[in-house]
Design a protein around this ligand. Sequence first.
Ligand code: FAD
Length: 956
Amino acid sequence: MQHAQKVQNSNFVSAAALTLRYLLGGKTLPHFIPWAVQNLNIDASKQRKIPAVPSSYQESRLPHHVRQELEAIAPLSIEGMDRLIRAHGQTLSDMARLRTNTFPRIPDAVIWPDCHEHVVKIVDCATRHQFVIIPFGGGTSVSGSVTCPEREERPIVALDTSEMNSILWIDKEQLLARVQTGIVGQDLEREMRARGLTVGHEPDSYEFSTLGGWVATRASGMKKNTYGNIEDLVVQTKTVTPVGVLEKSCRVPRISCGPEWEHVIMGSEGCFGVVTEVTLKVRPLPPVTRYGSLVFPGWEAGVRFEREVAELRLQPASIRLMDNDQFRFGLALKTETTWGGVILDGLKHFYITRIKGFDPASLCVVTLLIEGHAEEVAERERRLNAIAAKYGGVPAGAANGERGYTFTFVIAYIRDLALDYDVVAESFETSVPWDRTLALCAGVKRRVRDECARRGVTHYHISCRLTQTYDAGCCIYFYFGFNTSAFKDPVTVYEEIEEAARDEIIDCGGSISHHHGVGKLRKKWYTDTVSEPGRRLLLAAKQTLDPDNIFALGNMAFNEGNQEETSIKILANPIRPVCCFCLKMINLFMPFRAFLKFDNVCTDNNVFQMHYKVTVFMLLVSALLVTSKQFFGEPIHCMTDSDKDKDIDAVNSYCWIYGIYTLKSQFVGKEGVHNAYLGVGPDSNKEDDKIKHTYYQWVCFVLLGQSVMFYTPRYLWKIWEGGRLKTLASDLTSPMVTKDWPEYRRGELVCYLTHSSMYSHNMYALRYAFCEILNLINVVGQIFLLDVFLDGAFRNYGAAVAAFTHTPRIPADMTDFVSVNPMDQFFPKLTKCFLRRYGPSGTIEVRDRLCVLPLNLVNEKIFVVLWFWLLMLTFVSALAVLFRVLVFSARPLRTVMIMGQVRNVKRSIVSSIVKRFGFGNWFILYLLGKNLNPRIYKELILELCKEMEHNNTFTV
Ligand SMILES: Cc1cc2nc3c(=O)[nH]c(=O)nc-3n(C[C@H](O)[C@H](O)[C@H](O)COP(=O)(O)OP(=O)(O)OC[C@H]3O[C@@H](n4cnc5c(N)ncnc54)[C@H](O)[C@@H]3O)c2cc1C
């Protein structure tokens, strides 16, 4: 084992820790270096880059008199190393900056209070002297939340909670404990276990992370199924804020007095104050703890198993599913085994792959941790095995289960070690509803691969793990790392790729984070996640609890800098209304951006997409615009010449519903001279002079109805298509040329296309053609419908507007109604309205009103755009139908189209395939060509040709 490396030999601090703490400590990992060489192309013989200890640090900015005052409260240090250690969390960027000592800002001092009262005094001192406090727990944050804000000009003091580490009391009767928040997870658990109790909160970082950190980040532990997440465990919190101590007056299990302010503190990431004490639920120690594992033939089977277990609420304390890549990474961490062990492993391998027939390249593993009484554990295990069997899963032993858990602890150390070998790596996580889990995992991996391909990242690892399950969904962890030797700034490359992956996560319906929090890294998605009112609530809470921005960490929606610009104060900023307007506009379109997204697997063409993507998007946005009071105010506002109209709302509604009108005769002449406004003037009492405008209230419904109609052909095609192409192509679409296109996939595709009769896909292709014809009929029908809706105004509307815009007429030219701007004719902004009512003596009085229709400013443009768009769409849809008829009937054209998809393949090869294929099979092949990686597609074509030559069973 030339490459075998003893982890124990490492002089890297993390690796040393690794050796002491875990099952792997001091053991040889014979498979690890070969795995890293093969997957990440590391140079194991290379001299490790061990960073030097910094020799100088930034000057402390804490004024001497403040320092003296703080020293009188609690121990304080301005030593460089003390400050550097508290300047960072555990993100990749933190690690990179730590190794090069390039933090733009580090704390100016570190202070160690040991009780709540100390914290009260420190916060009071900060308020008087205006310095910033950063609460610091275990420093395991992976969101940049403890990193000092770069632009902060005030002195920064890191408030290290590690001395507040006592358990204040334990009530075994009530099963409660009051604990100071600086206690580290494993210390808390050790103390509890010594008393026959457990808190059961075990995040993977629990060797270092603290109770305060858990509360401040809304942490989640691996045994959350039995004990709950941190928000389920906390009964009461005590928080020191600059305006006082926030604490519920009673220690009750639940209180119907909302909102729950403790939930404002949970997940506040240190921005509101310091959590000093917490009352926690504790449980008696379970008598039995058993590990287990199950092997499944593939990721999908494993996810479906997890889904059913969650549905039945049968989750043991922990249940995690690793995908195939992660499983193989886990195998690489196997230690040297005895001969007996080797034989046993061989037998297991034989059983799984030969007897059960699992493909080693796709199998996945579930690790289990079951706690409880012996009978409960045995029964749970039995039921889980029975469910697993339904999905083709088989038990794989306790040792594998335990190794799976160790793996999640050591992986962070390996990340640090990897930096020495030019490999950067990091994990990121999300929560996702069950119905989107598979798509999200596939989408993110694909996105990462695509991003790597774009940047020339050739050796990388991307894998995922399903770690926590709920009724409504689950948590997915991704691991991504790559060889950086070709990059000057690998951390930026990593961050760009992770950002793209997070965008994909959000697009696929995942969350900003399941438990790592927002910090500074995920701020970009904060407002979208909680909505604009949600962001304002956060700012309002900040303004109330910390008006001077003492806890200026700059996490979540808060700015990083001296002035908390995002706080409520800035509402007075004159630029803000403009920004707000733009943001509102952007937010308005956000829900529809999915329409513009490109599908991973394309089953149609651009013309088809113009119907159900572009047109539907346009119609929905238009419908939304005409209903958005926030931009244009009320759709109608009628003016009166007296103050007596107290019932103006009723007047507005009446005019809006029953009719406003303009007068043809008043469009002639100069506005303000010959008439009050265009179309508005004295009534001629001739019925044919009136142009009634009654359709405005229906515009939104018509647009919505049209969008449904434009989507219908797509909907039909989706149903008929049935995901066939996705099944055929989904894992072969990446532009990254893969040398390891699995043999069995090649066989599957060739077999699918050749071992079916030439007519088997004709119906598929005909249905597609039918949908194209439907598109054409629909667009023509919609033009007629709009014309009827607008009383015949639509048919020439766009052309008339264009003509008027080209040669605008001056008022003197407006000698007749036809010469008026068509936008004003059909969408007047000012109209007449009259209503009748009884006078004091019973005489019917007619009241004249002038109504403003601000929405017509939008309507007039919407219909111009629609006119041009629908006309163009009709034209291209007709061409598309014509083209389809030609393609399906002319074989040479089909050959040319395939030739256009593959390079350097002889025409005779393509033509021989097309000759044997009916237009249905050709259509599938053509769609595959649109989606598959070009190299894979070319190989498929050649393979098809070979197959046809050798296998005469496939005949025309
Ligand atoms: C290898 C690894 C594995 C991880 N696994 C998990 C996991 O399984 N589950 C999980 O949830 N997270 C996990 N994390 C993330 C991290 O451990 C959690 O966010 C943890 O809760 C942070 O605790 P901490 O004590 O280290 O807080 P720190 O990193 O010190 O601080 C985090 C934030 O909390 C604030 N804060 C800390 N203490 C207080 C306090 N007393 N009062 C007010 N604010 C405070 C800080 O200001 C900061 O904003 C992991 C991280 C790593 C590196």
